[in-house]
Design a binder for this molecule. Structure first.
Ligand SMILES: [Zn+2]
Ligand SMILES: [Zn+2]
Length: 308
């Protein structure tokens, strides 16, 4: 029996079709690559720095995080729509996934996100910056060495524009940020909450598109990550790490997409968050044709399993 759910902001339509037979262990874990600290032919490994395009940013000496231009950018300074496309090398260790990092290591990754995004937003030809990570081949990663990507674009994408407009509309209607309200309700309802402390909540959103999808958001209203102090970044990255641990422990070392959703300036209606979208099933023909997504694990079941 399918249950229909609608995302009120994006208008995405989701069919929750929970299959009793499908338990976490039934999702095949993607093959785990051999664990090595260094690979000769990897451009992101220590010692091979000359094999990457120009460096934009580095943290630590010797470097612990490095940001370089993408060798195959989807946007550059020419063409109909211009932009910047960077790769953020998260660690010097060729095989260290987020789930194997400690709090200090993931803090450095998030600190670098913030610093690089700040610089990008200072440019005249940048309207929007997106930080994301494709983990494993099945989620779109083309290189093994742990990395994220940052894309800055001259034109605000319509999807983001519409989201901002919708959040603003609802704020003026209800005199309240919708996400602040959602978070308060989720904390009361509890069923979709995976974890929370005083500052952050991890929950499985009501209209999740992906099985075990998680949102990680600050409980106190905030729109941007650009002006977070180190302490705030530490709490933020620590919460994301917690969500990654939960996924790794309870579901496995599975492919996922992670993205940061934030805007440049503070306002009363846009609330920043991180989305973690495990890629255990593939949206195929029907989804592409109709825009109806099928999710075979309800967010309530997902949260119950992830909470452990
Ligand atoms: Zn490497
Ligand atoms: Zn809010």
């Amino acid at each position: 029996m399918a249950e229909f759910r609608l995302n009120n902001i994006t208008r995405e339509q989701i069919l929750i079709v929970e299959s009793r037979s499908k338990r976490p262990k039934d999702f095949k874990s993607a093959e785990t690559a051999e664990k090595v600290k260094y690979k000769d032919n990897c451009p992101f490994c220590v010692g091979n720095e000359d094999n990457t395009p120009p460096e934009i940013f580095r943290l630590g000496s010797p470097w612990e995080v490095r940001v370089v231009e993408n060798k195959f950018p989807i946007l550059d300074r020419e063409g109909d729509i211009t932009g910047y496309h960077y790769v953020l090398i998260e660690t010097a260790d060729h095989s260290k996934g987020f789930h194997e990092m400690d709090e200090e290591e993931i803090f450095k990754v998030f600190k670098s996100y913030v610093e690089v995004c700040k610089k990008l937003y200072e440019k005249d030809d940048v309207k929007y910056v997106q930080v994301f990570k494709n983990y494993k081949k099945e989620a779109g990663a083309s290189l093994e060495h742990p990395h994220s990507q940052i894309i800055a674009i001259k034109k605000m994408p319509d999807k983001i524009n519409n989201k901002i407009r919708k959040y603003r509309e609802l704020y003026f209607k209800n005199s309240r940020c919708l996400m602040c309200k959602t978070i308060e309700e989720e904390l009361q309802y509890k069923e979709r909450v995976v974890y929370h402390d005083e500052d952050f909540i991890i929950y499985c959103p009501f209209a999740s598109i992906f099985p075990y999808e998680m949102a990680i958001a600050p409980i106190k209203h905030k729109s941007s990550i650009l002006n977070l102090c180190d302490d705030d970044i530490r709490k933020f990255s620590g919460s994301v790490l917690k969500a990654i641990f939960k996924l790794n422990q309870n579901i496995g070392d599975v492919p996922y997409n992670m993205y940061l959703d934030f805007i440049k300036n503070e306002n009363n209606y846009y609330h920043y968050e991180v989305r973690l979208c495990p890629r255990l099933s593939i949206n195929a023909g029907f989804e592409i044709a109709t825009g109806l997504y099928t999710n075979i694990v309800s967010p309530e079941t997902a949260a119950k399993i992830l909470r452990d």
